[in-house]
Design a protein around this ligand. Structure first.
Ligand code: FE2
Length: 367
């Protein structure tokens, strides 16, 4: 560990200890900083549990060896999949006889998440671990309610993997001067449901998946205006990120840079990396490059998830498109906050790579 990293690690540990003493929560660990060597997998299947739309007419299809299937037909006409601003994915993977299932993000509301889990036939007993991509309510809003419904079916030693301390900061939305609350993920609520939190500033292997750890910003991408964040612990709730910047140290509410957003990735045998970016505030290209560096793999098979390009000005979008072309993934699967502008750009410039999944659909990647 370098001196700088060690200093960060110690400060973060101290922050957690202080927070623990103040708020009474426990069960928070820092992931080890030791290098990982992600194993290859034979198959990855992503079921979209929550996204913004549902397409009844979606037909099964295949693009560059990636299969897409619609949601299962409902047997009770009174019930339907719920769509909302938010994302939740169930990710199953296979390597030989070895199988794993993880859940990435949890939508905006537990009602939609639990409803959709029932309708697509999720067996909660198969879920081994939880991953939260970043600290936005549209990605964790359904979490506590989902745990209330299914906690007894989930593993006794259930762990949620978060990118870092920043995931637990209090967020605000709206124009400067008119900010309103946008939630805060309460670790005490997780601990009370017997869920351990692991902070993954460094990459971590979770079943067959690996996380990117803190994503370096190496491309032309920048964080587009989104929420504001407060780096402070108040009455045991919030985050303590005092080892970052002077402005943050002062507990000032600042534009959100998503310091600890992380991506969930797989190394698909003979095909390359599947990079699942849930909101992509730090950039889908940055996320993919980080995954390549972590895994030591120079081929990206798939970019999947939210890329947060909806608010992108046209010239910025074109720059990101050029970088994505350089990455040359086999498929691009935009969801959630990627933006119609982005989907249209992919349709115009790389139509042979585009896969569109909606709520309930299942996307399968085979080696
Ligand atoms: Fe989002």
């Amino acid at each position: 560990m370098t001196d700088l990293k060690r200093r960060d690690f110690l400060k973060a540990s101290a922050a957690i200890a202080a927070a623990s003493a103040a708020g009474g929560f426990s069960c928070v660990e820092m992931a080890k900083a030791a290098p990982i060597q992600p194993s290859t997998v034979d198959q990855v299947a992503i079921r979209v549990l929550v996204d913004g739309s549902y397409n009844l007419f979606l037909r099964p299809g295949q693009v560059n060896n990636v299969k897409i299937e619609p949601a299962p037909r409902q047997t009770d006409f009174r019930r339907t999949l719920h769509n909302q601003w938010g994302l939740s994915l169930l990710v199953e993977s296979k390597s030989g006889a070895d199988q794993h299932t993880v859940m990435v993000d949890f939508g905006y509301t537990p009602d939609a998440l639990v409803n959709n889990m029932e309708l697509v036939g999720v067996d909660p007993k198969k879920i081994e671990a939880l991953i939260v991509s970043h600290g936005h309510f549209d990605h964790y809003g359904g979490l506590l309610g989902m745990l209330d419904k299914y906690r007894s079916a989930l593993p006794a030693d259930l762990t949620i993997y978060a990118g870092g301390e920043d995931n637990f900061c209090r967020r605000y939305a709206g124009p400067p001067g008119q900010l309103s609350e946008f939630g805060v993920l309460d670790r005490r609520e997780l601990a009370s449901r017997k869920v351990k939190t692991v902070l993954c500033e460094s990459p971590v292997q979770i079943g067959h998946a690996f996380t990117t750890g803190k994503i370096k910003r190496t491309s032309v991408e920048k964080v587009l205006p989104n929420t504001f964040v407060e780096f402070a612990m108040k009455d045991g709730l919030g985050c303590n990120a005092s080892h970052y910047l002077p402005a943050e140290l002062a507990g000032k509410i600042v534009p959100d840079e998503h310091i600890h957003e992380h991506a969930t990735c797989f190394n698909l045998k003979d095909r390359g990396l599947i990079v699942v970016s849930s909101c992509g505030h730090v950039g889908i290209v940055n996320s993919a490059r980080q995954a390549m560096a972590v895994a030591g793999v120079n081929k990206v098979h798939a970019l999947v998830g939210g890329f947060h390009l909806g608010p992108a000005p046209a010239d910025y979008l074109n720059k990101v498109m050029a970088e994505i072309k350089t990455l040359n993934p086999d498929v691009i699967i935009p969801m959630h906050c990627s933006g119609d502008n982005f989907t249209q750009a992919v349709h115009a410039q790389m139509p042979e790579k585009l896969v569109l999944g909606t709520t309930g659909s299942r996307i399968t990647f085979n080696a």
